[in-house]
Design a protein around this ligand. Structure first.
Ligand code: AMP
Ligand code: MG
Length: 406
């Protein structure tokens, strides 16, 4: 049995960042950028109107108010996408819609609500204005050449919007790890079917599939296998050929039918470690074959889920070139039970009290009790020790990125 720290160092040695590929922008959501993104032009690209209204020379309207409006002659229209080359001279105005280019000669936009409207050739203005009013200035958001997004950033709706704004039709991203997940157990039945005596539903592979998807990896193979060596072998042979990462749930403990580790080794997987001083999930297996990484997670649903997040998720993220670290610290608001020989992980809830991040472990502690994950938004961890960590202790928590802190 090795320590959590030692196990992490071993895994670290085998993580390779994947190659880069160019993909269309429309397919880039949840991928990780493999290039810095620069502004190829200033934004806004040209002075344009922030309002539907009129482009005017502000000096023409000095003293205008409701009780004594000033009139200007309408000489044209500038709409978004259809600029005008008319020049606004003294006593004149141009209709100018939101996003439309400001016509030469004008220095201000008056919104239509402060005028007699769009329907007249002579327009009454009910208010004064000043230079630059309601004009979005060229380059006011970013100058040409500014770095907009750093390499290693995951593409979320914000990034995809920025990429589109700056005209990127395709982007360089890291390839996605190819994943095989499998569960073992004669007792496992797919949800939607009836259970016989002694059977349970396979839940772990549904959790794994969703985690693989959320991480942005590519699920290639998903299968539940009976507890017999031959079916395990033929499945694993294919998985090892086709996938970067193989993740199993179950069959790595000390049980009579726990063949997974044996089969891995028979198929040429080099065992890097088996058993880590942690709870839950002590019988964690990690092995390598060529560039494939193999994780054997225990079958208990909580051990499987926490094991994936602590051991597999960071690997997937790093292989995709992402730099995000999900661990932060928080102050315990309830006691945290320690293990005297093992690193302890528990689902937990984190929230803000004033400006301080605080947390508490979930109450159901059994590693077969998946309901403990439902209200959790993090996994709290603590090194081995006696009894409890007291209230007020600062602990490390690993955020579940799809949950909200509240
Ligand atoms: P094992 O690691 O194979 O000894 O399994 C430990 C516990 O996890 C047993 O109670 C199994 O029935 C349960 N288990 C194993 N695989 C799954 C799965 N895919 N979904 C839900 N429970 C499972
Ligand atoms: Mg089993």
């Amino acid at each position: 049995m090795i320590t959590v720290d030692k196990a992490k160092l071993i895994i670290e040695k085998y993580i390779n960042i994947l190659d880069i590929e160019k993909i269309e922008l429309k397919n880039s959501g949840n991928r990780v950028l493999a290039e810095d993104i620069l502004a190829n032009f200033p934004s806004p690209l040209f002075d344009n109107s922030a309002m539907d209204g009129f482009a005017v020379r502000s000096s023409d309207l000095s003293g205008a108010k409701h009780s004594s409006p000033i009139q200007l002659k309408l000489i044209g229209i500038s709409s978004a996408g259809s600029p005008t080359d008319i020049i606004v001279r003294e006593g004149q105005c141009v209709q100018c819609m939101t996003g439309a280019k400001i016509p030469a000669g004008a220095d201000s936009i008056i919104m239509v609500e402060n005028t007699s409207g769009f329907d007249n050739n002579v327009v009454q203005f009910f208010s004064e204005t000043s230079i630059g009013n309601n004009i979005r200035k060229k380059g006011e958001e970013v100058e040409k050449g500014t770095t907009l997004i750093l390499k290693g950033t995951r593409i979320t709706p914000s990034e995809i919007g920025i990429l589109a704004t700056f005209g990127y039709g395709s982007v360089s991203v890291y390839k996605r790890p190819k994943i095989a997940i499998f569960g073992t157990g004669d007792e496992l039945v797919e949800p939607g079917n009836d259970l016989d005596h002694g059977q349970i539903y396979n839940s772990n592979l549904y959790v794994f599939s969703d985690l693989v998807k959320k991480s942005g990896s590519e699920l290639i193979i998903k299968k539940v296998i009976k507890d017999d060596k031959d079916s395990l072998k033929s499945f694993l042979n294919t998985a090892l050929e086709e996938c970067d990462i193989i993740i199993s749930s179950g069959g790595v403990s000390m049980g009579k039918h726990d063949y997974v580790r044996d089969v891995f080794i028979e198929l040429g997987v080099k065992e890097q470690f088996w058993k880590v001083a942690q709870k839950p999930g002590k019988p964690l297996f990690f092995g390598t074959r060529n560039s494939s990484l193999i994780f054997g997670l225990p079958g208990n649903p909580v051990s499987s889920y926490i094991g994936f997040m602590i051991w597999v998720w960071p690997v997937l993220i790093q292989m995709m070139g992402e730099s995000e670290d999900l661990s932060v610290t928080a102050i315990l608001r309830e006691k945290f039970p320690l293990e005297n020989q093992k690193h302890r992980y528990l689902f937990g809830k984190a929230w803000y009290e004033e400006n301080t991040l605080v947390c508490k472990p979930t109450t159901k502690l059994g590693s077969h009790m998946l309901l403990s994950s439902k209200n959790a938004n993090c996994i709290i961890e603590a090194s081995k020790g006696d009894n409890y960590l007291e209230l007020g202790t600062r602990v490390q928590i690993n955020l579940l990125p799809w949950k909200i802190i509240k």
